[in-house]
Ligand binder design. Sequence first.
Ligand code: SAH
Ligand code: SF4
Length: 351
Amino acid sequence: MQNIYDLTLQELEQFCTPSYRAKQIYSWLYHHYIDDFDAMNNLSKDFRQTLKTTFQLQRPKIITTQHSKDGSKKYLFQTHDLHNFESVLLKMRESQNDETGKIIQEERWTLCVSSQIGCKVGCAFCLTAKSGFVRNLSAGEIVSQVVSVKKANQIPPQKRLNIVFMGMGEPLDNFDEVIKAIQILANKDGLSISPKRQTISTSGIAPKIKKLGELNLGVQLALSLHAVTDELRSKLIPMNKAYNIQEVISTLKKFPINSRKRLMFEYLMIAGVNDDIKSAQSLLKLLNGFKAKVNLILFNPYENSQFQRPSEKNVRSFQEFLMQKGLLCTIRESKGLDISAACGQLREQNL
Ligand code: SAH
Ligand code: SF4
């Protein structure tokens, strides 16, 4: 039986007569976070019965929740076929101006979702890669992460939420389901998370980046670059042997970006591997001509990891060098480090 969370509004409309019933269903699913068709009390008993015999209303279960000191939370989910994956709710602060122009700090939530159970890319520094690949998540399983986390935190439907596809998996390796999830998440009668508030992070599957660009969804893109030579990048990200730096860079040059936004380049800093000023100089050269933003990620260690976290001094010097040359460069805060919820610390856990 099909899971109702896998349906776009248009697909649901084809099933419903009159078609506005689909919007009512969407509202129950995405504004009221209901768990069962019987709760849809503005639909007739007969119609609810038809829905029950046609669809499943199924979200992966939250098995455990871990709370970080910084307010972030990590959720361990279990799918219907008993696999586990994780999502992380990150508490961010954003500065806003109020009506008088005064700067106020506002709390913002970003949800880091998984797109696959495990990952095929096999990056040398990533814990997710260590458990290999199990399967893709369906669009409904991706969308459900947002619904379940909103429900668990009683986040009201109208509260803004940003989505980053930076949990487990390579989103562009699960292209069709991820695209469908983006569209369902964006639907104005549902969760209404505009594509410009959704970011796909990719290890660089060039033909899929091209395909994503052609769809012109308005989604944000982040490339996990991490190295400026093919020799090093291929060691860190085996995908680089198939699509090298030049190929990825020239594909990105054609990627449509919102005029007020920048293309994001993630640069994972590893002590003694790529954290020197020479690398910063090459990075600057490589990104010449892009409206780019570099986000420095500090390697998050895990048990038996072969790499080390860079020193704060090296990270600051790297950032300052790029900023002085006019390239916007931020350092990613390691949210949830105390609960292993930071980037690259997510893996399937067998309970
Ligand atoms: N597969 C996608 C998205 C998920 S990984 C990608 O690779 O881009 C999200 C980010 O976490 C990537 O930039 C990845 O390089 C980074 N990451 C992986 N392992 C890490 C670790 N141990 N420490 C810090 N960042 C890590
Ligand atoms: Fe996969 Fe991303 Fe981890 Fe690489 S860093 S193994 S692409 S999840």
